[in-house]
Design a protein around this ligand. Structure first.
Ligand code: UDP
Length: 193
């Protein structure tokens, strides 16, 4: 995939519809892949943190989460014309999952918040198959990993704040063998209201 690069950080020139087609492809191919949301704050943090820069660039897809990224693209003759925010993408992926029968696992946020968010999402997208929900303050990491493997989701959303969630994803993605992993920050708090 051709990517644009701003201050050393990759961003994909994809709109929402194109990202969703990539999601379908990733789930069909089943090779563990992850999506990260890029905004100017992360790009600035990456300037002083080489391991963060490498982490962001190691993602399969970097979405243009911040309007600053769109502006940078316009000024540099790039092709990014619209934001794809993390929360919008997460909600659109849930819609897709309900339509196509993808299995979703949600990990993160304070106890009860993810359950509430799942309730809201299921009301909105009938047939959404959420195979597992866990809060993000677990002690026994091995037990969480085993639970995810047992439930065998197509999609794992991790809501533990950035970049903690992205480090967690890259550390465990080979073992988990989940096709699509995505960090969603505070999205569950927003969705649960
Ligand atoms: N969180 C978590 N485990 C942790 C730290 C944070 O589950 O060890 C959750 C927290 O409850 C919140 C989310 O991660 O739901 C972080 O939200 P925030 O808005 O800070 O993240 P951002 O969107 O800024 O990355």
């Amino acid at each position: 995939m051709v990517k644009e690069r701003y201050l050393g950080v990759d961003v994909c020139p994809l709109n929402m519809g194109q990202v969703l087609l990539e999601v379908d492809r990733i789930i069909m191919e089943r090779k563990p892949s992850f999506i990260v949301a890029i905004n100017p704050e992360k790009i600035m943090k990456a300037q002083e943190d080489e391991s963060l820069k490498n982490l962001l660039n190691s993602a399969t897809i970097q979405i243009a989460d911040g309007v600053g990224v769109v502006i940078a693209s316009i000024l540099n003759g790039g092709r990014i014309r619209s934001r794809v925010t993390g929360i919008d993408l997460m909600i659109n992926i849930c819609k897709r999952a309900a339509e196509r029968g993808y299995r979703v696992y949600i990990l993160g946020a304070k106890p009860g918040v993810a359950d509430e968010a799942v309730k809201v999402l299921k009301e909105r997208f009938h047939g959404l198959n959420v195979v597992g929900v866990r809060d993000g303050y677990f002690k026994d990491e091995e037990e969480v990993i085993e639970d995810i493997k047992r439930k065998n989701p197509d999609i794992l959303f991790v809501a533990m704040g950035s970049p903690k969630q992205e480090y967690w994803i890259t550390k465990h993605m080979e073992r988990l063998q989940v096709p699509l992993l995505m960090g969603i920050g505070g999205s569950l708090d927003v969705i649960s209201g």
